[in-house]
Design a protein around this ligand. Sequence first.
Ligand SMILES: [Ca+2]
Length: 290
Amino acid sequence: MMDPTRLVSHGRPWLRLIVVPFVFVVGCKKVEQTAAPAKAPTIVKTKSGIDAVLIPAGSFRMGSQAGQEDERPVHEVRLDAFLMDRTEITQEQYAKYTKPNPAHFKGPNRPVEMTSWADAALFCNKRSRAEGLQPCYDEETTECDFEANGYRLPTEAEWEYACRAGGAGEYHFGSDPGKLQAYAWFADNAGKQTHPVAQKKPNAWGLFDMHGSVAEWCNDVYAKEYYRASPQANPRGPKEGDKYVLRGGAWNSSGKACRSAYRVGEDPGFQDACFARDALGFRCVRKPSR
Ligand SMILES: [Ca+2]
């Protein structure tokens, strides 16, 4: 059995979920861009019953000229194929491997929230074992084994690539913030709470709620200047750091904070300005089956 204290006790403040406050410096581009024509997404039913999408290998331009400083330089990234959960992990899915339900906004089909990075990593390992796959996370050191065939959190690059689904705009559907209501629960329409997953339109690859709903933990340590030194192929973030990346914005976020390239680092040294714990969830990825 896994000891849930191990991932939270190894020198890093895993469970202190406080997010860096920041100011949005540059406005969105007004130029409308649309996602590339998409083939029908390949949906895979995983053994735990959770639908995943086969994300094809490929390249994309990561970051945004229109966003914050930490979104630049925009740079080319190449990624291997991976499977990504079609929705955020719901409370019903979470309860299959982890009890009690930590969510503030209760509902079986609502996304689980109040989850730390460590909670998310532990869920990945539990799900891997339940599906007969190799766990990715070392529960002593929190290191992620990218060669294991089990579940892990997406890298920041995988998350943005999957969100964009071939689109180069500020959102996966283009750059018109007026269209965001059709694709996302965010501050303008969420009524200060979460909603069941997959009620809004998906992106071109069939992924739901990549913008808004709950902000999603990525595997990467956050570094503001990481894009200046990021490797081109399968970047996995800095080796050291106390913050972890959250992506996609949440039910309490502005439309700008839901953009595809928008980055947040969780930092235990700051008071929460953008999210609350009940806005933090995740979805899993793994290698495609051979
Ligand atoms: Ca989300």
